[in-house]
Design a protein around this ligand. Structure first.
Ligand code: MN
Length: 498
């Protein structure tokens, strides 16, 4: 289980000595109250840790060094209650490796029209103090989120929540291990990419393992482990299979026991499979993959390590939120002009966290891969808002595509479709969304979530410092093409800019 409360966000307030002890004491007290308020809010996913006000370059640098080396700290909230001369922040910001958000708030919500005097003016200066801090961040080309509003404002808290979730996912990627069972599907382009660059840029490592290594783990599964797994299936799903298919389910349970052992022993948080490389496996793992995803593992089919890592990041961001997150594929279209939509699915591997109600455990033949009939969970997905996200390797940079969608009811039941399915209408409509996605080079695989929105992914992309393109209700193809062209130049020049 992913527990975001185990992670800390440090609340760091800047000031300077000029104001005197009394004012600085007040700054400390006020900042403490804000940090405490946020920490007590049910909307805030992490522990907000108040840090005493920083007033000198040494103190600022020191807190940044400590943040970098704290395994629990996923990022900083920065705020200038008073003016804090920003040259003091240069060293600290230049070494800070954790993401930060600039909370442009003020202790008081209203101007006390009747009582306001120069003492008040001396203390409550974020309107200009935060601009000085903003300047140095921009001067240093620092990616950060700027949130404006009173700290009790529900929208401010919501934006902090989104940012913290992204920061937790970013932290999770640092040092993350992705296991690739087998390699890429032969000749497939989009699932390839530069794994060395990904490790430099994203912090996670991707390594391949022979399917035989996994099979050796599966062979160690004991009868009682398999029985326990079967009992769990019985309790969790509708058992829609015949007695003759029981052996197939038991085989799947055995594969699951082995896969879990392999991933646990190796400390992996994400993995990929391929159906071209199944030596020694009786079935292509369907149900085990679905259940591992439901437990928070990232997954990408056909060797798709970028999507696997992305699904894991989205799972971390979505922890405890309503709505699930899954590996997904744009499978087939409904192109009727009365309402165009996408049917999203995969051969087997859709996460039951997005299911409406109890999923059905079924066994059906798989026309590809040449292995025994694999069990899988079959289900529909409730209506609501969702997003599809893809990360691709453009050769000189990684690009993220983000496309919000509306999940709708299928026009009719799909009684013969033996896989989990989602039907959605992409923003702004299928024609524009698909054209933009294709022009942007977005993969056929995505991370799909009904718990997250575009803002989560934008915050995350900015922490990763990668290109992102959103396709939403404001997208037009001509503007989208312009963005792509501008970005081409921007990213080519960017490394020489700072
Ligand atoms: Mn696929």
């Amino acid at each position: 289980m992913i527990k975001l409360k185990e992670f800390e966000v440090w609340f760091v307030t800047g000031s300077q000595h000029l104001y005197g002890k009394e004012t600085l004491k007040q700054v400390d007290e006020d900042s403490g109250k804000i940090a405490q308020y946020l920490n007590n809010s049910a909307k805030i996913p992490c522990e907000v840790v108040f840090k005493p006000v920083v007033t000198t370059p040494d103190k600022i640098t020191n807190i940044c060094v400590k943040a970098n080396t704290s395994p629990k700290c996923v990022g900083l909230i920065t705020w200038m209650h008073t003016f804090s001369p920003a040259k003091m922040w240069i060293e600290g910001l230049s070494i800070l490796k954790k993401p930060f958000v600039h909370l442009h708030t003020q202790f008081n919500q209203d101007i006390p029209w009747e009582s306001i005097d120069m003492d008040f003016m001396n203390l409550n200066q974020s309107a200009h103090g935060d601009r000085e801090f903003g300047f140095i961040c921009s001067r240093m080309r620092k990616n950060r989120k700027v949130i404006v509003g009173h700290w009790k404002d529900a929208e401010v808290v919501e934006k902090l929540d989104v940012w913290m979730r992204a920061a937790c996912a970013w932290n999770d990627w640092q040092g993350m291990k992705v296991a690739r069972f087998g390699d890429n599907m032969r000749e497939v382009a989009v699932t390839e990419g530069d794994k060395v660059e990904a490790q430099k840029k994203f912090g996670y490592s991707v390594n391949g393992y022979g399917v035989g290594d996994l099979v050796a783990c599966i062979e160690k599964a004991t009868a009682s482990q398999i029985d326990d797994m079967m009992a769990e299936y019985k309790q969790t799903y509708k058992m829609n299979f015949s007695k003759e298919q029981m052996d197939s389910i038991r085989e799947s349970a055995k594969i699951e026991v082995g896969m879990r052992a392999f991933l646990d022993n190796g400390g992996f948080k994400a993995f990929t499979t391929t159906f071209e490389d199944l030596h020694g496996l009786v079935q292509l793992p369907g149900l085990p993959v679905q259940r591992l995803m439901a437990d928070g593992y990232g997954f990408g089919a056909e060797g798709d390590w970028k999507t696997s890592a992305l699904v894991r990041a989205m799972k971390v961001m979505a922890a405890d939120l309503k709505g699930g997150t899954s590996f997904m594929e744009d499978y087939t279209y409904h192109l009727n002009p009365s309402g165009m939509k996408v049917l999203g699915a995969h051969m087997l591997e859709v996460c039951p966290s997005i299911a409406s109600g109890k999923a059905a455990l079924e066994v059906h033949p798989l026309g590809i891969g040449g292995k025994a009939d694999p069990p899988r969970l079959v289900f529909n997905v409730p209506q609501g808002n969702g997003i599809n996200v893809s990360v691709i390797d453009m050769g000189n940079r990684f690009r993220m595509l983000i496309n919000p969608c509306k999940v709708v009811k299928p026009d009719a039941d799909l009684p013969k479709l033996p896989v989990a399915r989602v039907v959605w209408q992409p923003e702004p409509n299928l024609k524009t969304a698909a054209a933009a996605w294709i022009l942007g080079g977005g993969a056929h695989h995505t991370g799909f979530s009904m718990a997250l929105n575009a803002e989560h992914m934008i915050d995350f992309a900015e922490m990763a410092d990668i290109e992102y393109l959103t396709i939403d209700e404001n997208t037009t193809i001509s503007d989208f093409k312009k963005d792509i062209r501008m970005n081409e130049i921007y990213y080519m020049l960017k490394n020489g800019l700072v």
